[in-house]
Write a protein that binds this ligand. Structure first.
Ligand SMILES: Cc1cc2nc3c(=O)[nH]c(=O)nc-3n(C[C@H](O)[C@H](O)[C@H](O)COP(=O)(O)O)c2cc1C
Length: 499
């Protein structure tokens, strides 16, 4: 029996070699081209579901030349699942993947005991009930690193769905061959995708699995944030109506330019920020992108938001392409329309197209109040995930905030600390000062905490690492209902900017 198996394996290798020959040079070129990308592999899950649930989805994948990665991203966007890249501790070089030689990949495949080490362990595996597991076919089988992954955690009782990509081989029994690694799981039949598979086909397959995946976020109450999940230096996330998770404290970058901007982004990430907010109008997308890339934290772990400006709405595709090019971080987590304006619906629809292409994950608007947002949502196909408005204790948007939240959208504050020219007055407000003293906190921390306690995301801007630390250290105290009321009484309906 064993002998037959070995003969079959040898035959398979010979068949693949033959079929691969016709295109092996192109395929090797592809391997070479993607070498640098491969070495910058992102990893670790970045979108943590709000609450544990049996049908939360994890999409774990191993990919050397990003073919499987593209399929994994489509599955994650279709299911609202969390992406996790299985990153080898020792990256595979082109030579390691040169299957026509005695390469590392071939040696590993030939050794059933081989278990290439994985760089990052998956966090919170418990909370996922459904696990998609993706890989390239290597000599008819899943790469050995998939065995490492499946043996590294407790997958018992989960629904596991393998998917793979290959040059020409079908899935054969490589999905079933994984079953023995986790015997007490509910294994679904796997599916093989060819290079460049379209999203519709992937969507049809996911639908055919009848997984009863959790409805995306209709149950999310955007007026209440999971503040107990936060720690100083580590803001919790909320799940946007797009299915993606977003940290509720971010760095605003308005007025940060040049090296100051790059260094501020890096310092913020070092301080624990995982959300950065920029805009075309700030003129610093290049620097924000650089800061993110140079931060040492995998790109997938950082949530980057940008905005296009009304004077770009007549050619929105070009504007979006420009943002993507300047940021140069692969995709944009959130893109907003900076203000209402002529052609804003057209611009938003262009953003919708980029969502479909996978280049933008979530979309929203800024400076839309009750009438504007009510009119706008009727005209677009994808509900805005977030509305960013001016909000601070002197301009509280008391009716607008709950209205937007009731529509199933998150609210975010710009000018959370009052804005230029007004910050000094707000930060020395006697009521806020007294509350701050009671808690042993700064006024800025009290304001930011007040925002979070009413379900308002904050993005305070700063280039000062000490202030950044302070701004993200707001999870060790709580404002009482009376203090929340005292702050509410400070409202003057006083806008600090023109829109
Ligand atoms: C070591 C090795 C073995 C491979 N074996 C097969 C194979 O048996 N059949 C096949 O069709 N493709 C085979 N391929 C091609 C990959 O499966 C294919 O290019 C895959 O889509 C790459 O996915 P990735 O970009 O996510 O790494 C092999 C590639 C390598 C590097």
């Amino acid at each position: 029996m064993k002998k037959i198996k070995i003969q079959l394996y040898t035959l398979l290798m010979a068949m693949f070699s033959l079929s691969a020959c016709a295109s092996c040079s192109t395929e090797r070129e592809e391997l070479m081209e993607n070498e640098s990308e491969k070495n910058e592999q992102e990893s670790t899950p970045d979108q943590k579901p709000q609450t544990p649930s049996d049908n939360d989805v994890l999409v774990a994948y191993f990919s050397c030349t990003n073919t499987t990665k593209a399929v994994a991203e489509d599955i994650a966007s279709i299911t609202g699942g969390t992406l996790f890249r299985i990153e080898p501790e020792q990256p595979y070089s082109s030579a390691d993947l040169n299957y026509n030689s005695d390469c590392r990949a071939n040696r590993e495949q030939n050794d059933p005991k081989s278990r290439p080490a994985i760089k990052h362990q998956i966090k919170d595996l418990d909370k996922y009930g459904i696990v998609f597991i993706g890989y390239p076919i290597w000599w008819g089988e899943a790469p050995r690193i998939i065995s490492t992954f499946l043996e590294s955690g407790d997958f018992k009782g989960k629904t596991i769905i393998p998917f793979c990509t290959s040059h020409s081989s079908g899935i054969g029994s490589n999905d079933a061959n994984l079953h023995s690694l986790v015997s007490e799981a509910d294994w679904k039949p796997g599916k093989r995708f060819s290079i460049g598979s379209n999203k519709k086909g992937i969507e049809n397959w996911v639908e055919s699995l009848n997984l009863n995946i959790k409805e995306q976020n209709n149950d999310m109450d955007y007026s209440k944030f999971p503040l107990d999940d936060g720690k100083n230096g580590q803001a919790p996330t909320i799940r946007l109506n797009s299915g993606y998770d977003m940290p509720i404290v971010g760095l605003g970058t308005y007025s940060l330019t040049g090296d100051i901007c790059v260094n501020s982004v890096k310092a913020a990430i070092k301080a624990g920020f995982r959300k950065i907010d920029t805009a075309h109008m700030y003129g610093n997308e290049v620097e924000v992108g650089r800061g993110v890339r140079e931060s040492g934290v995998p790109r997938e772990e950082i949530f980057v938001a940008t905005k296009i400006y009304p004077n770009q709405y007549d050619d929105p595709e070009a504007a979006i392409e420009e943002c993507l090019r300047k940021l140069d971080i692969g995709f944009i987590d959130l893109m907003l329309l900076h203000h209402p304006g002529t052609n804003d619906v057209k611009a938003y629809k262009a953003m919708e197209k980029f969502v479909k292409k996978g280049k933008i994950r979530s979309i929203g608007v800024s400076c839309y109040y009750i009438k504007e947002i009510d009119d706008f949502v009727k005209k677009v196909n994808i509900k805005p995930a977030l509305v960013q408005n001016e909000i601070h204790p002197y301009y509280q948007d008391l009716e607008i905030v709950p209205h937007i939240q009731s529509l199933g959208m998150a609210v975010e504050a710009w000018y959370p600390l009052g804005g230029r020219g007004h910050q000094k007055e707000l930060l020395s407000d006697p009521v806020l000062t007294e509350i701050a003293q009671k808690h042993g906190k700064s006024v800025a921390q009290v304001i930011l905490r007040w925002d979070l306690q009413r379900g308002v995301v904050v993005i305070p801007g700063s280039s000062n690492p000490e202030h950044m630390k302070e701004n993200i250290s707001i999870f060790d105290f709580e404002l009482s209902p009376e203090e929340m009321k005292q702050i509410e009484a400070l409202n003057r309906n006083e806008k600090h900017d023109w829109y």
